[in-house]
Design a binder for this molecule. Structure first.
Ligand SMILES: Nc1ncnc2c1ncn2[C@@H]1O[C@H](COP(=O)(O)OP(=O)(O)OP(=O)(O)O)[C@@H](O)[C@H]1O
Ligand SMILES: [Mg+2]
Length: 218
């Protein structure tokens, strides 16, 4: 489903984020992406969503080469991806229900259909009873679960979550991870980054990045 073949990324001559990275993630797999700050985790996830393109090597997602994908095809690629990125924020001037409905409304769903599916998505992350709350009335962990609901409301085949548990206490972090694992258990491919080694699931496959390189060939 996702394949990196000898991928390197240089933002500038003296900023190399990834060096010769190769791995594959099979359909339905749950993989953690670990490594310290600056290791290249966000860069790697951004390449899967065609936010960044490789400087060398190939990134293949669903059979498509990200380096060659036409700009017009990028929205179609992203429609199959649930993205939970580090700098993404919820819109604070509307309810969490409205936030989760948004991706459906922009792809042409009716309001009634969007509301029904957004409520189902909020239910899956345990926040249905807070549907009418404003984002800032929720804790950091609850906001992160709203972000997950917003990412999965379009029923993507793949979830990419960049540090979804950063700045959360252990209990909230576990709830966020449980919400992600619930999607994995119904067949969704999940790639989750974290700089906190304690957050990694002992049972799951882990790809370790350090200074842009894979530590163990995965
Ligand atoms: N847009 C950019 N322009 C130039 N350099 C960048 C850019 N984005 C990232 N870098 C550099 O690439 C390297 C990898 O950054 P990246 O954000 O992928 O790391 P990370 O593992 O996600 O770190 P963190 O845990 O802090 O989020 C860093 O040295 C960073 O400074
Ligand atoms: Mg990052």
């Amino acid at each position: 489903m996702i394949e990196f073949r000898n991928v390197s990324k240089q933002y500038s001559p003296d900023a190399t984020a990834l060096r010769d990275v190769s791995f594959t993630v099979a359909k339905g797999e749950l993989v953690f992406l670990a490594g310290p700050s600056g290791a290249g985790k966000s860069t790697l996830l951004k390449m899967i969503a065609a936010v960044e393109r490789p400087s060398a090597g190939q990134v293949i997602v669903n059979g498509q080469d990200i380096a060659r994908i036409k700009p017009a095809a990028v929205p179609f690629l992203r429609r199959n991806l649930g993205l939970i990125f580090q700098q993404q924020r919820l819109l604070t001037d509307r309810s969490i229900l409205a936030n989760v409905m948004l991706p459906l409304l922009v792809t042409g769903a009716s309001r009634a259909q969007a509301e029904q599916r957004a409520r189902a998505a909020l239910d899956k992350v345990g926040l249905l009873e807070r549907a009418d709350a404003q984002p800032l009335a929720l804790s950091g962990g609850e906001q992160q679960r709203v972000s997950i609901a917003r990412a999965i409301v379009n029923r993507p085949q793949v979830i990419l979550a960049d540090e979804p548990t950063a700045n959360l206490d252990r209990a909230s972090a576990n709830k966020v991870l449980d919400a992600l694992k619930a999607f994995h258990s119904v067949g969704v491919t999940c790639l989750i980054s974290s700089h906190d080694e304690q957050m990694l699931d002992a049972a799951a496959r882990v790809i370790h990045l350090k200074q842009g390189q894979l530590e163990v060939q995965a």
